[in-house]
Design a protein around this ligand. Structure first.
Ligand code: MEV
Length: 319
């Protein structure tokens, strides 16, 4: 009895999505897998050698307790949500902007639901996964847990108008060839999200102008995806990066990595996720992608290639 949660890369609109602007993201095949084992409510992350109990003093223990509590409250058709021991494997680096905590929460939820014979729709699963994610990220928009649940390429909007879904799959016209590279420093999404919120308080009008610019770049990016215009999409990556840098969530290393990727032939490059460290992504023509990865790797950055396909968007591969 096991469950899977996808990692993700945000293509456009991170941070602005917390404040009600749509964002575009893609699921990664890498993520987390959890399976139920014998024992009481405890969670073992096998490769890290970590064992937590629901409600112990650790953030993971608190997140596990929050998820179990949310499951208990979301009683379905009188089916009892039981508590079990789980063992999980996470195949993504943590604090990297790739959604490892959301992937883990979703994997745990799915493994528990599977053994209890519970089938939930997206909204209910999302609400429970968010209870977990809030422990780590304070004020998450829900994009990470949504992509952990769905995989694929999608547009996400926090608090959509009634009748509209938060997550809308996108069928791009072209395959996207991406390089994902790690800056080598961890990033704290909780801290960078709090830093952006301070900017809103300090200068609400400037903040609104930046949100409008994000809104525009995400709409342009969505149109570029629909037309299969990789050059225009790359320009949206660059614009998004400069807006994020203006909010103080990039770092000199991430800026240098974006410049390096562009010099090596990328069509666009930007940080992905919370920033303050973590990963960046570069969009390239398929024929240039290996060169971009090698350029980043030659500067000591762990990098992998991934493909977001038009027909089966969740189709990603490790290089
Ligand atoms: C983190 O992957 C994305 C952020 O926009 C935070 C969030 O949406 O919760 C930085």
């Amino acid at each position: 009895m096991s469950g899977h949660g996808s990692g993700k890369v945000i293509l456009l609109g991170e941070h602005a999505v917390v404040h009600g602007v749509p964002a575009i993201a893609a699921g990664l095949e890498a993520g987390a897998v959890a399976r139920v084992v014998d024992g009481e409510a405890e969670l073992r992350i096998a490769p890290w050698g970590v064992l937590v109990r629901a409600g112990d003093a650790s953030p993971l223990g608190a997140a596990f307790a929050a998820l179990l509590e949310a499951r208990r409250r979301d009683a379905i058709d009188g089916v009892r949500a039981n508590e079990h021991a789980l063992e999980a494997h996470v195949t993504l680096p943590g604090s990297a902007g790739l959604g490892s905590s959301a992937a883990l929460g979703v994997a745990v939820l799915r493994a528990l639901d599977e053994i209890d014979g519970i089938s939930r729709d997206f909204d209910r699963s999302q609400a429970i996964a968010l209870a977990w994610e809030r422990v780590f990220h304070g004020n998450p928009s829900g994009i990470d847990t949504a992509l952990a649940l769905s995989g694929g390429l999608a547009r996400y909007l926090r608090n959509p108008p009634p009748g509209e879904p938060a997550l809308r799959p996108i069928t791009g016209a072209r395959t996207l060839s991406l390089v994902v590279a790690h800056s080598g420093a961890p990033g704290s999404t909780k801290e960078t999200v709090a830093g952006v919120a301070l900017r809103k308080t300090a200068d609400p009008q400037a903040f609104e102008r930046t949100l409008a610019a994000f809104r525009e770049v995400v709409a342009m990016g969505e149109a570029a995806l629909a037309r299969g215009d990789l050059g225009a999409l790359g320009a949206c990556f660059d614009r998004c990066q400069s807006l994020l840098a203006g909010w103080g969530v990039s770092t000199p290393t991430l800026d240098a990595m974006c410049a390096c990727a562009k010099e090596a032939g990328a069509l666009g490059a930007k940080l992905t996720g919370g920033g303050g460290g973590g990963c960046m992504i570069a969009l390239a023509e398929a024929s240039d992608r290996a060169r971009v990865r090698e350029a980043l790797a030659s500067r000591g950055h762990e990098a992998f290639e991934t493909t977001i396909g038009p027909a089966r968007p969740e189709n990603t591969e490790r290089a």
